[in-house]
Design a protein around this ligand. Structure first.
Ligand code: GLN
Length: 192
């Protein structure tokens, strides 16, 4: 069984853990750099990207994870997790860093603020329609040539990618862990 970590510094950690526990994987909460030892993959949850970025630094996880991602370690970032994996943050805090692991530019709160949060079905390549929960979601405004788009959504201003993959690095603008549909997680763990 693959060992899949959930970055457990801030955000909706428990929901990802529960969803992964439904699949055929061993789930590990990652709070320290040594928790990454022996993992086959990891999920970066939604939450507050500036807070998670800060805690990645103070915990010492940032350089270890950075190196692992470069070496091909599989990661799935949802919402704030996507922001952390991206190459460019639009509308971010001026000191906000990102892993530059996924060649996309994301706009923080690109679909509007908390009050503009919404749900919409999302058509995912290979699995069909899944429920999409968008909470202060980042909008992918640019996608590099090496990025595979697995789902797009038109929320009134043209279609934007909402689930993407560049080799071992996956990014999801919505929150599959907040529904009872585990097929996005399954798609990720099936790739391991
Ligand atoms: N807008 C949040 C951020 O910038 C992300 C929201 C979320 O993860 N639900 O961190």
């Amino acid at each position: 069984m693959p060992r899949v970590g959930v970055l457990a510094l801030q955000g909706d950690v428990r929901e990802h853990v529960s969803m992964l526990e439904e699949l055929d994987v061993n789930v590990v909460r990652v709070r320290h750099p040594e928790d990454l030892d022996g993992l086959d993959a990891m999920v970066l949850p939604g939450g507050e990207s500036t807070t998670i970025a800060y805690l990645l630094n103070t915990s010492g996880i940032r350089p270890v994870l950075e190196e692992k991602i470069r070496a091909g370690f599989s990661v799935l970032g949802t919402c704030a997790g996507l922001i952390l994996l991206s190459s460019e943050i639009l509308g971010g805090r001026s000191d906000q860093w990102c892993f530059s692991a996924l060649d996309v530019a994301v706009r923080r709160n690109g679909y509007g603020r908390q009050i503009a949060s919404f749900e919409s079905p999302v058509e995912v390549v290979g699995i069909g329609s899944v429920p999409g929960v968008f909470i202060r979601a980042p909008k992918i405004e640019r996608c590099g040539d090496d990025v595979e788009v697995l789902a797009t959504l038109d929320h009134g201003d043209g279609a934007h990618p909402v689930l993407v993959r560049q080799a071992n690095v996956w990014g999801c603008a919505f929150h599959p862990e907040l529904t009872s549909d585990s097929r996005v997680h399954q798609l990720f763990t099936d790739s391991l």
